[in-house]
Write a protein that binds this ligand. Structure first.
Ligand code: BG6
Ligand code: MG
Length: 220
């Protein structure tokens, strides 16, 4: 266990960790699923968290027991992203999840290097809306990686971009795919959400409010 030492870097997932865009992803996929005559449930959505757009549609097709031709596959991907981008237009800095700004400030004050490790190709659009880019020294998103979480590439590239070893980094994640990616990559993994949703994490907290008080002073 590499969790009991002071770390030099923090790698944040975006959707569901910094802002509640996981909900918008879910609503947009639910609409696509209904076109495939499938009622996408919240439980199904856990399997989509942290997973790339293409792999998410593949999972929905397998849940729906459907196969489709390439042109329709492409159209559905486009439609989903259009709906998602429409929904996130309304995001403002006030939508940062509770305690996130305080966590970023805590880390900044201690000169901890902060990076993004997200599967989303829309990450920079969301960062602009949230106005948090200045906190981040490295931005690794869905445009910078070959492999989707649970592959560790996104966090390994994040650690490298911060100039740190994986063991020096803490990952904050709301998906099992992301926790697996962090642990496979050799980082300390902090899960945000209900403990029953995760295996193999080093710590689990419901949100940053409690985590900031109890965990940040231990990890950094
Ligand atoms: C992840 C989300 O952060 O990004 C997934 O958890 C999403 O739900 C993935 O599918 C890809 O996002 P985007 O914005 O490139 O479609
Ligand atoms: Mg997430």
């Amino acid at each position: 266990m590499n969790a009991n030492h002071k770390h030099q870097g923090a790698l944040f997932d975006l959707d569901g960790v910094l802002v509640d865009t996981a909900h918008y992803h879910f609503l947009a996929w639910k609409k696509i699923a209904s076109k495939l005559d499938y009622d996408l449930k919240r439980e199904d959505n856990e399997q989509l968290k942290g997973v790339s757009r293409i792999d998410s549609l593949k999972k929905i097709l397998s849940l729906a027991g459907k196969t489709i031709e390439a042109p329709l596959f492409g159209q559905l991907l486009e439609q989903k992203n259009e709906d998602y981008l429409n929904a996130v237009k309304q995001i403002t800095p006030a939508d940062l999840l509770p305690g996130v700004r305080e966590a970023l400030e805590f880390l900044k004050e201690r000169n901890i290097k902060i990076g993004l490790g997200s599967a989303s190709k829309n990450a920079l659009i969301i960062f602009d809306r949230l106005q948090i880019t200045h906190y981040f020294k490295a931005l690794i998103d869905g445009n910078s990686v070959q492999h989707s979480k649970p592959h560790p590439e996104v966090f390994l590239k994040g650690a490298q971009a911060l100039g740190l070893t994986p063991a020096d980094c803490v990952v904050f994640e709301d998906s099992q795919a992301g926790i697996t990616a962090a642990k496979t990559g050799g980082m300390t993994a902090v899960a945000l959400g209900e403990p029953f949703l995760f295996t193999d994490m080093d710590y689990c907290y419901p949100n940053f409010n409690v985590l900031n008080l109890e965990l940040l002073p231990i990890l950094f």
